[in-house]
Design a binder for this molecule. Structure first.
Ligand SMILES: [Zn+2]
Ligand SMILES: [Zn+2]
Ligand SMILES: [Zn+2]
Length: 361
């Protein structure tokens, strides 16, 4: 984030002795003459207009005012002597500065009614034009805050139903686990075997893809590009687009507020669509058989083609007292043991799945 200064505005403070609102730059209450105490904070005025007076801006930039250690009077940061009691200010304590006092009040403040005579006064007035009474502060326009909408919660019934369904699901899963782990042994005879060997053929194929221009492969053909935000950074850069937040006013400790906004910078770059050659499966060659001597297919490859994934699957059918069971060996060495008519002990679960086989000796 980069903090940008929009300008400077007047603040005000309320005299704790008499309740009068004073201009921020006034160090003494214009009504009762009391100095502004160190713990009385500056506030925003009802409508903030940017100060054009360069001298005043320079004073605001000079640093927070200091309070005289002897009489408490506020003095500018640059003063050596208290304007009130002439005391030395080298040990004087600087006012707090840098606090956010609120969103920049740029718009006209609503009119305020005098609580004594009822006369309507401009929102920026501190005293009634008719009777001179002190006016209440116009309510500043509330800064628009993003409203976070809370997602509607689930109703109680819906929650109960959901828990019910989840519960049933868990029970069903447990039942399946228990049933499938319960096994019995049967003796089966090999009735038949089968195998399938498949080989994928890959070819260099033009494939459309998207990426930033500097990441496009050298041999790719660029179809089109457009400018898109590649990253957002804190500092300005040539060609970057500045995005700034809502301006807000910060207390400088001098009775003048600094209106600032936080900005960041969107850096654009070319995002391109291109076609590049990639290996893609374009055919699958399969050999099958019902013997114990499987063979890999040997396809002839064209230009820009290569062998891709190879898969082998085996299947054995057993007969056990008229009932047929299917078993799938994991490897060729296991598969070749299932000679026709050989006898095996099958571990079979409740769902008739063969969990394991061992030779019946
Ligand atoms: Zn006062
Ligand atoms: Zn003093
Ligand atoms: Zn009045």
């Amino acid at each position: 984030m980069t903090k940008k200064t929009v300008g400077y505005v007047h603040l005000e403070w309320e005299c704790p002795a008499c309740g009068t609102r004073n201009k921020g730059i006034d160090k003494i209450c214009h009504n009762c003459g009391a100095p502004q105490p160190a713990d009385v904070q500056f506030e925003q005025v009802a409508q903030e207009t940017l100060i054009q007076d360069e001298k005043l801006i320079a004073e605001a930039k000079a640093g927070p005012d200091v309070h005289c250690p002897f009489c408490g009077t506020r003095n500018p940061a640059t003063a050596d002597q208290c304007s009130q009691c002439l005391a030395d200010l080298t040990e004087a304590k600087a006012r707090e500065a840098g606090q956010v006092v609120g969103a920049h009040q740029k718009n006209a403040a609503p009119d305020v009614a005098c609580s004594y005579c009822g006369t309507m006064n401009s929102g920026t007035a501190r005293h009634c034009v008719h009777c001179g009474a002190a006016l209440p502060k116009a309510a500043p326009e509330a800064a628009a805050k993003p409203q976070v909408k809370r997602a509607a919660g689930m109703s109680k019934t819906a929650r109960f139903a959901l828990f019910g369904i989840l519960g049933l699901f868990v029970v069903a899963c447990l039942a399946v686990m228990i049933l499938s782990s319960r096994t019995e042994e049967v003796v089966g005879e090999v009735q038949g075997v089968s195998w399938e060997y498949a080989v994928a053929i890959e070819a260099l194929t033009p494939v459309e893809d998207e990426d930033w221009r500097d990441r496009v492969p050298d041999d790719a053909e660029i179809l089109s590009c457009q400018q898109e935000v590649r990253r957002t950074q804190a500092n300005p850069a040539p060609g970057a687009v500045e995005v700034c937040g809502t301006p807000y006013t910060v207390d400088t400790g001098t009775g003048v507020g600094e209106v600032v906004q936080d900005c960041e910078y969107q850096v654009y770059d070319d995002y391109c669509t291109f076609t590049a050659l990639q290996w893609r499966t374009f055919d699958l060659v399969t050999l099958t058989g019902d013997d114990l001597a499987p063979q890999w297919p040997n396809p002839s490859l064209g230009q820009d083609q290569r062998i891709g994934e190879e898969t082998e699957t085996y299947e054995v059918i057993f007969d056990a007292d008229g009932r047929s069971y299917t078993y799938t060996p994991n490897s060729l060495s296991e598969y070749t043991q299932f000679t026709a008519g050989s006898r095996w002990i099958l571990e079979v679960n409740t769902f008739n799945n063969v969990r394991s086989v061992t030779p019946d000796r």
